[in-house]
Design a protein around this ligand. Structure first.
Ligand code: GTP
Length: 159
């Protein structure tokens, strides 16, 4: 388990165990890969980030991950890999989020992309996301860097 502070100085606990904080987390975040590129979305307020959101009633976290990717990018998840879970002790309460790695089979243009401006494909993630105002705060703590290490270590991706 790793403990650190996020962009807003909220405490974050990140673990790569099997659902250590909750078996039914209410949030999901999905690191997506499509044809040798990273697939992100552009949130209207937060900026560039991997897709994700809230688990709806009657839905599993895995189902929410597939749905959120589709809604925010138009992408079809071919394979979904659970990576880990994190816990954020926010000012207004705590949230627990599953992180996934998704392999995307294809992209389909959508009539709308909910609270985002749709898909953004990148060959590489920039080295210094922390100082980059184009990127969402969610991309600016150790959750992303640690999850990318696991994805690489498990050979889930060939980047
Ligand atoms: P809405 O109901 O959609 O308006 O939700 P919200 O803006 O209150 O956000 P949400 O319930 O998703 O999250 C509450 C707070 O938790 C946010 O304001 C953030 O501070 C924090 N938070 C949510 N997701 C993340 C995340 O992925 N990483 C980090 N570090 N903090 C997060």
């Amino acid at each position: 388990m790793k403990t650190f502070y996020d962009y807003y100085r909220n405490q974050v606990k990140l673990s790569f165990e099997d659902h250590p904080f909750s078996t039914a987390p209410k949030h999901v975040w999905v690191i997506c890969r499509y044809k040798e590129q990273w697939l992100l979305t552009k949130h209207k307020d937060r900026g560039l980030e991997f897709p994700g959101g809230k688990v709806e009633q009657g839905e599993s976290a895995d189902e929410a991950a597939v749905r959120e990717v589709k809604e925010e990018t138009g992408a079809e998840v071919e394979r979904l890999h659970y990576i880990g879970q994190y816990y954020v002790a926010g000012k207004g309460g705590t949230i627990i989020k599953n992180v996934y790695f998704a392999e995307i089979s294809h992209l389909e243009e959508q009539p709308h992309y909910y609270e985002t401006e749709g898909p953004v494909l990148l060959n590489q993630l920039p080295d210094s996301i922390k100082n980059n105002t184009l990127y969402s705060f969610m991309m600016k703590d150790e959750v992303l860097t640690e999850c990318l290490k696991i994805i690489k270590f498990k050979h889930l991706n060939s980047y």
